[in-house]
Design a protein. Structure first.
Lengths: 402, 981
């Protein structure tokens, strides 16, 4: 008895394994619908007509929006739930026979007549008049259920600006209308309105901004002309205006180049216009130099300043021996008898031992100390050279018995 | 369990995630939440369904605890009945007591959180006596019960059924046949065994077939799934396959901890299992023991074959071996407490000495169990617990769940988040369900912990961050600062920090998910089977038990086992135990002594960098020379001012140290520390001075920046933007009204270039509009017919947030995506020295699309690039910050131009340290990469789309100002950076 049971179980298992099929294998090419491969209807229609064969013999599932919905179908009428009936678009009807997919068919729900407010948007402000291509106006035309319409529509748009009124009618052949309309002039304002059959729009101002900066004034209010690589000076930009004399838009980027050769910059700084002006805080160069300044906006030169002179900062580099191995550099003063700023680097080199690993030394309160024991080198040296801002001093290394 | 230790386990939340699926959609097999959807028929459902049912009453966490406690009780009962077949009832009782302290079992619960696996084994152990009794007594109630329970095991954890046949059921059947032989012949002989086998051969075959049918039918949809959608993934490296001698941490986790105190009785175990009655179990146990040693010997690889060895996690064999050993562990304890071993030790140590030893062993056993349960406290496996509610709230409001999200740095808590939200994640925590080629072809377990997978992990993550639109990925919840640089420089915006300190990052300009997502359906009968059979089998079991109970029948049969161990060599067993304990203590002491922090310059440097990596600043302070170090507060202050990509966002990968000078009390070490950051790896060379005081080595405290800017206050006018749109307060949204026009973007100099066999699209863009723009640049390499071959976005070689009239060079690097393309084609990973472009069709042209959005965050632009000097193939310069904010990760973007101003190359430099206001930091840029660039094709306006249109007018004019290089090329720098708000 048991054995028979086991044989049955085995056969059942084999059958199950053999009988199992994938969905792809089941899909047949049978054509359920005789004429129309697409079922068309309008939004708001609660049902569509199918053949009775389709209705009676199959489970019909609609896909295409928020998952799948099984639809009810009676006497050739396929009922659409409100969610579907009110949303135009393309859906798929899947016909199942005992959980096997038999066929698919497209259900197209067309939008209704255009009606109500035209949704129109443009940029928050337009781009400027000079050299830029214009403002994109986008209009979306919908029916009363908020579906975008498909039909051709004669759309009138009207502009009122500095140059007067302008009316134009366009035939819109798709469900949204985009157009680059001419931009307003710099600092101009254009009012736009749109209308069509049963359609109206809200007010829509297009504001013309000013264009790229064409000129500005460059001033150096107070220069501290020492090349210590630490002090800073402010460069002020004022009266940044476009080609028509309008103040440049806030937030526009400007670039300041510092150079001493026309073909190559040594430094560049960026800032933005605010209320037609800008400020750069620039560090003094580390070496004595004569530099030129160029100010650029929109990649074009708008102002220059020539021959800004920076002199050597340190006048001398004094030193004293604190012990046989400890050396104090400083206090290092500038031409105004001020100690050089904290962190000013001291370049150290050894005469006759150029490959040595040397410690990094900075001034603190104008002074730096170095322990010769911290100079690890395999070669011998007799002199140390300390340099600050090109100003150097040579110090003899004490002999070991000194 | 009651202390919620499961929350720090690897898998507990995954099972809760599955449970949530069944609680919400019991009859739906498809889960949309992870990857791009997967079928839950890929994992046996019973435990998840059980938790789902309980959760309706007590919530998911308590449901998990209840299920786990029930499982533990079933396990302890099972160990007793299973052990009773091998050893005396007294020893079995000890075995069941010891089962709760069994290291591997405790590890499986408290470290791995493998509830289905431990439940499967628990039920299986309870089945084995029924199989034994059925083979011996031939009562159908036993086989029916066994088969019913086997189906439940299968529905719980099918792997337990499959391997349980080999490791548990075959030995039990063998035992039954051997006992039959003994009963008949009064001896265990092969001939007698074969005779018993012959007598019961057809019954056993029938049982096997029935088991097969039960196994197939119980979870038929699983088998159908595994046949239709086989797992074809690159094996993920697993420590259980390591050589435990070479990788001692793997040896600890996958061998020493699972065996735990059982290591003390291994000779006793192997002596017991190689007796005639137990020989079949002995073979199974030995096999499991050997397989559990992973890659320590070549034997497991030979036994399993290359494929199985690389797919299976071998720790499960150790787990089964320890469970199989439990009866004998009980026997050992029995002997130790009541038997000959006790007598031997009492005589050897005196009765009080014996009692002390016994107490010590008990303390060590319980202590080791408690240690394993709390090992996560000593070495955290997971990030700190995250309150997921703020994330759930964020996702559920303002339609944020219309996009996919990703988490970074959440550990296994990703599953808990997923269980609590309806939003969909591109990542997940269930490897078997991954089907995205970006993940299956990489050794990436999951994206959220990509940093632990090195270059390949970050490579996979990069793809999702660079082209998030492919999977509608818009939000990232970041709980690990490590990822912040890559997020920022890949164009993600940090939009807010939630109440749980998790940062939300957003990618602008990503399309929402379509209303209907793809899914793979299964036949309805399979769906019904999956939803009803597992829980139905439990119901049938209860009916069956009640039915037989009502009839007054019992399932229990008497098994008399005599286990006299008079011959056991207790002396040798004692010596072995002493040897194991000695080895353990000796290794511990050796490790302690050799790794003492202040022992040598090497040790203190290692300890210092370890502490630096994990930001143990208090510890770091103790490493500094106590005589010369500044105050602790000063050091901490200095450290707090030294932010930067490596310091704050890096993970230490390796250090190379060279002791350049070592004297008695002084040493000098040069350390090259390689910090891996999400963007690149940075090697920072530091010279350390070491001083020896009182026989302890210390580091000299580093000196920090002493520069103080001359100004005492910085003023800096800024422009603020607010996007008003035309938003209306409507619950249903405001449709299209709120959308702003896309800013106008200019372009110039866009070329397809080839450099060292790889292709790039480079160019320049300018925000010609008057509002800040957020830029996305996508490019495709195309063939001669301009058909796309591969497409990718510009990642970090562009400034995505442009101020009005700001220009940026950009470069689209296709190496990662072309590598993915090739990997997907080959179905296997490739080395990084292979050029994937060699296998692509001929790249002839390219096209790009530039999209811009209004960005209301005003970009910080107050940078200067100064002191530029060219020296020996490199250009040195300084990035200067003259604004009012510290730039945490400064970046310099450099474009290389020919004499006639054609852009040839774009390079990125991330500066090591933060640049505070009115300070500068040096950078170095190698200037050779551009020399091998060759323009293959200059893109025409037809190849360029800006905001969806081909507009030739958008080409901008520029009076070029560059820094000239000595090779005739010139260079232009742009600077920007990540500022932590």
């Amino acid at each position: 008895m048991n054995r028979l049971l086991y044989i049955h179980l085995l056969l059942a298992t084999l059958c199950l394994l053999g009988c199992e099929s994938t969905q792809e294998e089941i899909l047949r090419t049978e054509n359920l619908y005789s004429a129309d491969s697409i079922v068309n209807t309008q939004v708001g229609q609660q049902s569509v007509t199918l053949s009775e064969e389709q209705c009676d013999n199959y489970t019909i599932i609609l896909t295409g929006l928020h998952g799948q919905i099984t639809l009810s179908c009676e006497e050739g009428k396929l009922f659409l739930p409100e969610l579907i009936a009110n949303i135009a678009g393309s859906y798929q009807l899947l016909y199942f026979d005992d959980h096997r997919l038999i066929e698919q068919q497209e259900l197209r729900i067309k939008a209704g007549k255009p009606e109500g407010e035209i949704l129109t948007y443009v940029g928050p402000k337009t781009t400027s008049f000079d050299g830029t291509p214009g403002t994109m106006l986008t209009t979306i035309i919908t029916d009363s259920l908020n579906n975008m319409v498909d039909d051709d529509i004669a759309l009138r748009y009207r502009l009122l600006g500095k140059k007067g009124r302008f009316d134009r009618t366009e035939i819109v052949d798709h469900n949204y209308f985009t157009k680059k309309i001419f931009p307003p002039y710099n600092n101009d304002k254009v009012l736009v309105g749109l209308a069509g059959p049963n359609l109206y729009s809200l007010e829509l101002p297009l504001e013309g901004s000013s264009g790229c900066a064409k000129s500005a004034e460059l001033t150096l209010p107070l220069l501290y002309p020492l090349a210590d690589g630490r002090q800073t000076f402010d460069i002020e930009v004022q009266n940044g205006i476009d080609s028509e004399g309008y103040k440049v838009e806030d937030g526009s980027l400007i670039t300041l180049y510092l150079y001493n050769s026309k073909s190559s910059y040594k430094a560049k700084y960026t800032s933005v216009f605010v209320n037609g002006g800008a400020k750069f805080t620039v560090e003094n160069p580390p070496r004595a130099d004569i530099i030129d300044l160029d100010l650029y906006a929109c990649e074009q030169l708008i102002a220059s300043k020539r021959d800004v002179v920076f002199n050597t900062a340190a006048i001398e580099v004094p030193h004293i021996w604190l012990s046989a191995t400890e050396l104090q550099i400083g206090p290092v003063l500038n031409t105004l008898n001020q100690v050089l700023p904290n962190g000013s680097p001291i370049d150290l080199s050894l005469v006759g031992c150029e490959q040595a690993t040397l410690p990094f030394i900075e001034l603190y309160d104008g002074i730096a100390r170095i322990d010769l024991n911290e100079i690890y080198t395999s070669c011998d040296y007799s002199e140390l050279v300390f340099a600050i801002n090109n100003q150097s001093t040579i110090i003899k290394k004490p002999k070991s018995n000194e | 369990m009651l202390f919620e230790s499961y929350e720090t386990t690897y898998d507990a939340y995954v099972h809760i995630f599955f449970a949530e699926h069944y609680a919400s959609h019991w009859f739906d097999h498809w889960n949309y939440k992870w990857y791009t959807g997967f079928t839950v028929t890929s994992y046996p459902p019973l435990i998840h369904q059980t938790i789902a049912l309980f959760s309706k009453l007590v919530g998911f966490k308590l449901a998990f605890i209840i299920t786990a406690l029930a499982s533990i009780m079933i396990f302890i009962r099972g160990v007793f009945y299973f052990s009773s077949l091998w050893v005396s009832e007294r020893a079995a009782a000890y075995a069941s007591c010891a089962a709760g302290l069994c290291s591997s079992y405790v590890e499986a619960i408290h470290i791995f959180g493998q509830l289905p696996s431990i439940t499967g084994i628990a039920i299986l152990l309870n089945i084995l006596p029924f199989i034994y009794w059925w083979v011996r007594k031939k009562k159908s109630k036993h086989v029916i019960l066994a088969l019913l329970l086997l189906s439940i095991v299968t529905c719980t954890h099918h792997v337990t059924t499959i391997f349980g046949m080999v490791f548990f059921i075959f030995p039990i059947i063998g035992l039954a046949l051997l006992d039959d032989t003994y009963e008949r012949d009064n001896a265990y002989t092969i001939v007698g065994f074969l005779l018993s086998l012959k007598q019961k051969f057809f019954s056993l075959i029938g049982f096997g077939v029935a088991t097969l049918c039960i196994t197939i039918l119980s979870i038929l949809p699983y088998w159908a799934w595994s046949r239709a959608d086989p797992i074809s993934q690159i094996p993920i490296p697993h420590g259980s396959r390591d050589s435990f001698i070479e990788v001692t941490s793997s040896g600890l986790i996958f061998f020493l901890i699972p065996w735990g105190m059982m290591l003390l009785f291994l000779p006793f175990l192997f002596k017991q299992i190689f007796k005639k009655r137990v020989i079949i179990l002995g073979l199974s146990l030995t096999l499991a023991f050997i397989l559990g040693t992973g890659g320590t010997t070549p034997i497991p690889r030979m036994l399993l074959g290359e494929t199985a060895f690389n797919i299976l996690t071998l720790d499960r064999f150790t787990y089964w071996a320890t469970i199989l050993a439990l009866p004998f562990w009980g026997q050992y304890i029995h002997q130790l407490i009541e038997g000959d071993f006790k007598k031997y030790l009492s005589e050897l140590l005196s009765p009080s000495g014996y009692k002390i030893l016994l107490s010590l062993l008990a303390v060590v056993t319980v202590g080791s169990t408690i240690f394993i349960m709390n090992i996560g406290f000593f070495r955290p496996f997971q990030p700190k617990k995250i309150d997921v509610q703020p994330i759930v709230n964020f996702l559920s409001r303002d339609d944020h769940d219309k996009w996919r999200y990703m988490t970074l740095g959440f550990g296994d808590q990703v599953a808990w988040l997923a269980a609590n939200t309806d939003a969909l994640s591109i990542d997940g925590n269930y490897h078997s369900a991954r089907r995205l080629p970006e993940m299956t072809t990489r050794v990436v377990e999951r994206l959220e912990n990509a940093k632990y997978q090195g270059l390949k992990g970050l490579g996979a993550l990069n793809q999702f961050l660079t082209i998030p639109e492919k999977y509608n990925l818009k939000y990232i919840f970041c709980n690990d600062k490590f990822y912040e640089p890559i997020l920022y420089f890949s164009g993600w915006n940090k939009i807010r920090r939630l109440e749980n300190d998790v940062d939300v990052w957003e990618k602008p300009d990503i399309l929402a998910l379509p209303d209907l997502l793809p899914r793979k359906n299964i036949p309805s009968y399979q769906q019904l089977m999956w939803s009803t059979i597992p829980i139905g089998m439990v119901a049938v079991l209860f009916f069956f038990l009640i039915f037989f109970r009502l009839r007054g029948e019992s399932f229990k049969e008497q098994t008399v086992i005599s286990n006299a161990n008079s011959n056991t060599h207790w002396k040798w067993h004692s010596l072995w135990a002493i040897l194991v304990l000695f080895l353990f203590l000796a290794s511990f002491l050796h490790a302690y002594i050799t790794n003492r922090t202040h022992q040598s310059p090497d040790n203190i440097i290692d300890a210092y960098y370890h502490a630096l990596d994990f930001k143990y600043f208090d510890e770091i302070y103790t490493f500094y020379d106590p005589i010369s170090r500044p105050d602790k507060a000063q050091i901490f202050l200095d450290i707090s001012l030294e932010d930067g990509i490596a310091n704050s966002f890096g993970k230490l990968n390796s250090i190379q140290k060279t002791i350049t000078l070592k004297q008695d009390t002084l040493a000098l070490a040069v350390v090259d520390a390689e910090w891996v950051t999400a963007l690149s790896s940075q090697t920072i060379t530091t010279v350390h001075k070491l001083i020896k005081r009182d026989n302890r080595w210390y580091l000299k405290a580093p000196e920090h920046e002493i520069k103080i800017p001359p100004q005492q206050i910085v003023t800096n006018p800024t422009v603020n933007y607010e996007k008003l749109g035309r938003r209306e307060a409507m619950a249903s949204g405001t449709d299209h009204k709120d959308i702003l026009d896309r800013p106008d973007i200019g372009f110039d100099n866009i070329h397809l270039i080839q450099n060292e066999g790889q292709y790039f699209v480079i160019g320049e863009i300018m925000n010609t509009d008057i509002v800040p723009a957020y830029i996305t640049i996508s490019g495709c390499l195309t063939d001669e017919k301009k058909a796309p071959i591969i497409c990718y976005n510009a990642r970090d070689k562009v400034i995505q947030r442009l101020a009005p009239k700001e220009r940026s060079p950009f470069m689209i690097e296709f190496d990662e995506i072309s590598r993915q393309h090739l990997i997907t084609q080959l179905g296997k990973d490739i080395d990084y020295d292979i050029n994937p472009f060699d296998s692509l069709p001929s790249v002839i042209h390219a096209n790009i699309q530039i999209k811009a959005l209004v960005n209301t965050d005003s970009p910080y632009v107050n940078y200067g690039i100064k002191n530029l000097e060219q020296e020996q193939g490199a250009i040195y310069g300084e990035l200067y910050n003259f604004g009012h904010e510290g730039v945490n990760i400064p970046r310099v973007l450099a474009g290389f131009y020919t004499k006639d101003n054609k852009l040839m190359w774009v390079e990125n430099i991330y500066l090591e340290k933060e640049v505070r206001p009115l300070r500068s930091k040096q950078f170095v840029l190698n200037t050779h990469q551009h020399l091998s660039s060759k323009i293959m094709y200059s893109l025409t306006p037809d190849d360029i789309k800006i905001n969806g249109f081909n507009i030739d007018q958008n080409r901008f004019a520029s009076e070029r100002r560059h820094h000239k290089l000595s090779d005739g090329f010139s260079i232009d720098f742009k600077a920007n950076g990540y500022i932590i708000e």
